[in-house]
Design a protein around this ligand. Structure first.
Ligand code: HEM
Length: 337
């Protein structure tokens, strides 16, 4: 009974964290990252207003000032722990002095993002609470659930910093990687609570799936780096000018994307059709090929927002599914615990 409820909440935790990527894509594609200039409230309210007329006349200056003060506190913490370079980068970032005009669509997209984040927090806390009884019977379930929970919690704090520092790169990427890591911990915890179905694969086949996992992980980190470079690029450039300005990260990311698709198709051919997770293996191959289309679309003004919506969600899905397949190989037998 306890195990069933834990497994349900564990699944919900994975689902809710994953959808944060999808909603994150929506936030980016609609340019709503600064839809709420403050945190955790939105324009000083728990439910954002639906019209600018509900806000005081000087609201833009007020929220800008508030953000500058919060960032100053954050910068002093960074200095205290020796991160002087990062502190100076944040302090001198020009976007820190930007004010943000109210836009109802952007405010509500960002608000949904936060609500989803809050519900996710409650679910992962519930899952962590239900992992406590495993301390006596199966410590690894408790340990990995705990790591997943702590990362989600730290990521929520990082979310506040993302807003207070006005979406400065590096912090956004850390936020992104922590979300991937938390999902991984919940998947591993789930496997220890109820081992994933897996039939015998040869050593060569297993090596191939691990190698693909590694390529995907590097690809996601390169993608995050590319996104940081792209975010500070001026808007008026043509496709060719953008690819040159983003060199060599764009070229490496594109080539690695091609390699990912080739290995994902090879994996599909090599792993027998009777393998329990064959559906996931098919999805990995299909989504990887789709990324070859959605990736370059990010650089064209007409298709950039569609790409931003799908490229990150597909990238996250490929990572999570391949991680699931690799996790099934981890032995859960008592003799090895
Ligand atoms: C399996 C293949 C691929 C994966 C898993 C992947 C993954 C990612 C991820 C996770 C990001 C960061 C997105 C964000 O933070 O919003 C990204 C960004 C990006 N990727 Fe890929 N990618 C793949 C293939 C490609 C290909 C083939 C190209 C182009 C030739 C490409 C072009 C881009 C561009 C231009 C960005 C920056 C977009 C932006 O800032 O919105 N990607 N990728």
């Amino acid at each position: 009974m306890g195990n069933t409820v834990y497994l349900k909440l564990n699944w919900l935790s994975i689902f809710f964290i994953f959808l944060l990527f999808v909603i994150g894509g929506l936030v980016r594609s609609t340019g709503s990252g600064m839809g709420c200039p403050d945190w955790p409230k939105c324009f000083g309210e728990y439910v954002p207003p639906i019209s600018e007329s509900a806000l005081p006349a000087d609201y833009e200056d007020f929220f800008k000032e508030q953000r500058i003060q919060k960032t100053a506190r954050f910068v002093s913490i960074l200095k205290k722990i020796g991160l002087d370079e990062k502190a100076a980068e944040i302090e001198n970032h020009s976007s820190l002095n930007e004010s943000h005009q109210f836009n109802v669509l952007k405010a509500y997209v960002e608000y949904i993002n936060r609500l989803w984040g809050a519900v996710t927090g409650l679910i992962v806390f519930g899952c962590f609470a239900l992992s406590l009884p495993y301390l006596r019977t199966n410590k690894k379930v408790f340990f990995y659930t705990g790591l997943g929970f702590v990362l989600v919690f730290l990521n929520a704090l990082l979310g506040a910093v993302v807003v207070n520092s006005n979406l400065i790169g590096g912090i956004v990427t850390a936020h992104f990687i922590a979300a991937f890591a938390s999902i991984c911990f919940f998947i591993v915890a789930r496997h220890f609570a109820q081992p994933f179905p897996s039939t015998h694969l040869t050593v060569g086949q297993k090596r191939m799936t691990f190698f693909l996992m590694l390529v995907i992980a590097v690809q996601v980190i390169l993608g995050a780096e590319l996104r940081e470079l792209y975010d500070v690029l001026s808007n008026g450039l043509h496709f060719g000018e953008k690819t040159s300005a983003l060199a060599p990260t764009f070229q490496y990311h594109g080539l690695l994307g091609l390699l990912t698709s080739v290995i994902a198709i090879y994996q599909l051919i090599k792993i027998p059709n009777t393998y329990p997770s064959i559906q996931y293996i098919k999805w990995i191959a299909m989504l990887s090929v789709a990324q070859l289309v959605f990736g370059p679309m990010a650089l064209l003004p007409e298709t950039a927002s569609i790409s931003k919506l799908f490229h990150i969600s597909f990238g996250a899905a490929i990572f999570v599914l391949q991680f699931y397949i690799c996790t099934a190989f981890i032995s859960t037998s008592k003799s090895e615990r």
